[in-house]
Structure formats: C-alpha cells, structure tokens
Design a protein around this ligand. Structure first.
Ligand code: ADP
Ligand code: ASP
Ligand code: MG
Length: 412
C-alpha cells in the first residue's frame, strides 16, 4: 500500500476544530486507499510560550532542559490528534520521536537525524492504524530528548517520508503554498506551482520561513516529493521537486529578506596563507554561523576580511574577532549591526543575463544604498540598511514581476 506523510503546522492544529479538520484530511486519504503517517507540531504558539516560561526562570537555560521542555508541545498535539481520530471511528496511535527510535546526534536545539525505525512504523500501519508522530524531536544515543531547531517539524516529516518511501509529503500550513516572497511582507506575491529543491534551499536559507531548510535538503537527497499547501482549503499548493527545463525560463522565482543581520570584519589583516583559515577556525570553535564572506586585497601585504552573522550571534563573533585583532596584528575591527539582506533567487540566473543589472537598477531607483553584494549561481543578495529593507524588497519584487504569475513575466 502507498504511504502518504501529512505534516500539520502549529496553526493547523491550534484548537479542537482545527484538529478535527486535519483529521478529516487523514480520513480522506485512508478512504482513497493510502496508509497515513501524520506529523504534528505544537499547537498555536505553544513553543514560543514555553520559551518565555523558561526564560522567566533562567535567562540562560541548560540546553538539555530546554529541549526536554520544548518537546512537550508536540507530545500534546499528537495525542489529541489520535483522540480526535478515535472519536471519528478510526484507529490511530501517537508516538514521540524516541518511541519510533528517531535517533539524532546530541547537539541540543539543533540536532540532526541519524536514523528512524521505519519497520516499527510499517508494522503499526499494517495493523490499519494511522501513525501520528511528534515533529521537531528525537533522542540521542543516551536517551536524551533532542530538538531539531525551530520549524524543525518539516524536517521530521520529510525524513519520515524518505525512510517510508512515501508517495508524497504534504506540508499543511497557513498559506496556500510557497509564494514568490513572504505574502505577509508583499501583499501582491504570487503562488508558485512548483519550485526546485535548490531554489527552495536558497530561499529557506535566506529567510523564507515557510520550510525548515534541512527538510528541503533531506527531500532533495532522498527524492521526496514535497507539497506545501493550506490546511484550510483544497488548493493544490506548491510542489518542491527536481529542477525541470521550464524552470530555467523564469529569470527569478522568488525574493527574500533577512532582517536581523550584522556585518563584522577585520581591516588590514596580514595577506599571507593561513590567515582566513585561522579566523574561521576560531569562529567555528565558538559555534558562530557565518554567511557571505568577502575578502579584498589591499596591496601585497594587507587585506580586508568581512562576513555576516545573525544579530544574536554578534556578541560571540565580536569577541572572537577582537581577540584575533591583537593576535594577528590587524589595523582594526569594524561592525555594522543595522544590516538587512534582500535576495533574488532563481535557477534561471544560470542561463540568462541582466539579472544583476535589473536588481541594482531597481534598488537605485528606490534610493536604497547597497552596502555589499554577494552572489551564488542562483542568487544575488544585497546588504542594505535595515530601515530600507521593506522598500528594497518591494522594488526587487516589482523589478522581477514577482507580483505576476510566472508565465506572464518577461524572461530577460
Ligand atoms: P507552520 O506553523 O505551518 O510550520 P510557518 O509559520 O513555519 O507555518 O510557515 C508559514 C509562514 O511562512 C507563512 O505564514 C508566511 O508568512 C511565511 N513565509 C515566508 N516566506 C514565504 C514564502 N515565500 N511563501 C509562503 N510563505 C512564506
Ligand atoms: N514547534 C516547533 C516550533 O515552533 C517546531 C515546528 O513548528 O516546526 O519551532
Ligand atoms: Mg514551519
């Protein structure tokens, strides 16, 4: 029998009526002959509330205890979901990550999944039960509860779909699918019928919160067909899949912003082999996640080196960089903590020209100054003043006609 994985986000299981509505979707699939595995997130904003409770007692809570606490939101959601199905006459059983042996590494608050006992789940499905699994959590080799990072239920769902070789992984959320940009920030954003894994990876890493980035990476690696759709209607949503030739005809598929970014750097670093390696080894040791590294030579002896970090990582990054300044004998440290990034993403950039010119032209017309620019094969990002970022996003969206359906856009 074919298996479908259905993941319901927080808003899709927020109250009893929403849970019943979600349960009806499960029943529809069962009646169509599928075995169904459900992954549920904590209801509503429960995870945020738990974070607040923890911080009220301890501004720096032990990471293990934080994971232990946050995992409880999902545990409530899955048992309530199973009760709803039972009341509707269907057999269902809920499990925590630990109970299905979802083994992770031991990195609390950003654990990575290592393995899942798919045979155990199959046996339950073969008994005619709906299997309902907590999103966002697993256990490490010592039995400690671990969590996968905020938004991580998507990753639980796609990983389950991968090991169960599910026909599709449906991600039910509060919007109709993946839009050209966050519809809350740009009202005229249009829905994408499909998007490639690579574009979705870039969009997720550059601030599109609709999918947890690692879920897309797992989907790509294991060929999971992912469909993002609205739990409140029957619209078909967006398919995330492998790149297809028609995707290249579209210059830019989406745009994103990351608001809370900071730029930090060292001026006048010694222009000798090993300097950059030393800087980034020290940042990695301090577990600072670094984005968009830029190094420029200032003649034969010196260079400037800068990179971006998310604002919460800035104090750690600054400490490391200050230490390195005296160790390496640099001229100075510079920091800008009021930066935001606006990015345009599209696999079409690989084969078409004029993207950079169109993006910079749009920002110039909107009178937005560009602090720095970084590119990859399928994206261009500009760092701008945080106060300008909404204006910048709108300018970029209009320049690439992200307010129109893909087939109505100019391609060059
Ligand atoms: P869930 O709780 O269902 O996992 P999330 O809040 O994690 O929901 O993700 C859905 C939200 O992602 C939407 O409400 C939307 O504001 C936001 N979002 C950001 N970028 C995009 C985008 N490009 N397309 C669709 N939604 C987006
Ligand atoms: N409940 C978790 C969070 O709010 C996981 C998720 O929703 O995906 O981050
Ligand atoms: Mg989410």
């Amino acid at each position: 029998m074919a298996i479908i994985v259905q993941k319901f986000g927080g808003t899709s299981v927020a109250d009893a009526e929403k849970i019943r509505q979600a349960a009806r979707r499960v029943i529809e699939r069962m009646q169509a002959g599928y075995q169904v595995v459900v992954v549920a997130s904590a209801r509503g904003h429960q995870t945020d509330e738990l974070v607040r409770d923890a911080l009220e007692l301890n501004p720096n809570p032990p990471k293990r205890e934080m994971d232990q606490l946050l995992s409880t939101g999902e545990q409530q959601a899955v048992s309530l979901f199973a009760m709803a199905l039972d009341a509707m006459g269907y057999r269902a059983i809920s499990f925590t990550g630990g109970q299905i042996s979802m083994l992770t590494d031991g990195v609390f608050s950003k654990a990575q999944i290592k393995s899942i006992d798919s045979e155990f789940i199959r046996r339950e499905l073969d008994q005619g039960r709906v299997v309902i699994v907590t999103g966002f959590q697993g256990v490490d080799e010592y039995g400690n509860v671990t969590t996968l990072g905020r938004g991580g239920s998507d990753t639980s769902a796609v990983a389950l779909a991968a090991v169960l070789k599910a026909e599709e992984c449906e991600i039910f959320t509060d919007v109709d699918g993946v839009y050209t940009t966050d519809p809350r920030l740009f009202k005229k954003a249009t829905l994408l019928e499909e998007i490639s894994y690579d574009e979705m990876l870039e969009m997720a890493s550059l601030g599109a919160g609709v999918m947890h980035i690692r879920s897309v990476a797992v989907g790509k690696r294991y060929n999971v067909r992912i469909r993002v759709r609205n739990s409140g209607n029957d619209n078909p949503g967006t398919i995330i899949t492998h790149e297809a030739p028609q995707m290249e005809g579209i210059l830019v598929s989406g745009a994103t912003i990351q608001k809370d970014m900071a730029k930090i750097g060292l001026s006048g670093i010694p222009n000798v082999p090993g300097t950059a390696a030393r800087v980034f080894a020290r940042l990695a040791e301090a577990r600072v996640v670094v984005h968009d590294i830029i190094q420029t030579e200032l003649g034969p002896e010196k260079a400037n080196l800068s990179f971006m970090v998310a604002v919460p990582d800035l104090p750690k990054a600054r400490e490391v960089v200050e230490e390195l300044k005296s160790e390496l004998g640099c001229d100075g440290v510079f920091v800008r903590d009021d930066i935001a990034l606006v990015s345009a993403i599209g696999v079409g950039m690989r084969s078409q020209y004029g993207v950079a010119e169109r993006m910079f032209g749009a920002l110039a017309q909107a009178k937005v100054n560009i602090d720095s620019i970084t590119t990859s094969e399928i994206r261009i990002s500009c760092a701008v003043d945080r106060n300008d970022v909404e204006k910048a996003l709108e300018a970029v969206c209009l320049a690439f006609e992200l307010d129109k359906p893909a087939r109505q856009r100019r391609t060059t």
